[in-house]
Design a protein around this ligand. Structure first.
Ligand SMILES: [Zn+2]
Length: 176
């Protein structure tokens, strides 16, 4: 960790030099010396700083994220999809997504959500990509084209506005 990174970390923790010194059990002067580069932090102090950083970022284990996603899946499924999705899907997270927020493989019964979205800590934001991917799967289950068709966009718009969609009313007038 460079002097600048140490200072940035302390600020992100909203601690002044004295408070951070107290947490690490070092003299406040030591912190200011690390931050100016006058002195470098010992390996033990660096390890402690990294722990503080991970704790601050609320590093959540993958398994709890996926449990949470599955819980949201069931909630959204019963609330917005009529009839609900009947197949069992694996809801997974993926760290490698760069531009997309999710992916759905309806035939393989897999839905993947970007793990990056979780790092913001705002878990409510996950409903949006989840609705999107569930809609692909839902259309597939209804034997409809399940790509980004005009119909997909219209139905997604309804879901985003928290309207439920139904195969009898929302799909009936469509001629794919
Ligand atoms: Zn899509």
């Amino acid at each position: 960790m460079s002097p600048k990174e140490i200072q940035a970390l302390r600020r992100s923790l909203r601690l002044d030099q004295k408070e951070l010194a107290h947490q690490l059990g070092v003299h406040p002067l030591t912190i200011s010396q690390w931050e100016t580069g006058f002195r470098s932090a010992s390996p033990l102090a660096l390890a402690a700083l990294k722990l503080l950083k991970n704790f601050h970022q609320r590093h959540i284990p993958k398994s709890s994220i996926e449990k949470f996603l599955l819980h949201r899946f069931h909630f959204l499924n019963s609330k917005y999809f009529n009839p609900p999705l009947k197949e069992k899907y694996d809801i997974l997270t993926n760290t490698r997504f760069k531009r997309t927020h999710g992916q759905c493989h309806p035939r393989m019964r897999k839905i993947k959500i970007s793990e990056k979205l979780l790092q913001t800590g705002d878990w409510e934001k996950l409903d949006e990509p989840l609705k999107h991917e569930m809609l692909h799967a839902w259309l597939y289950e209804q034997d409809k084209p399940f790509g980004h068709t005009q119909q997909f966009k219209e139905l997604l718009y309804l879901l985003q506005k928290n309207h439920s969609i139904s195969s009898s009313s929302n799909l009936i007038s469509q001629h794919p």
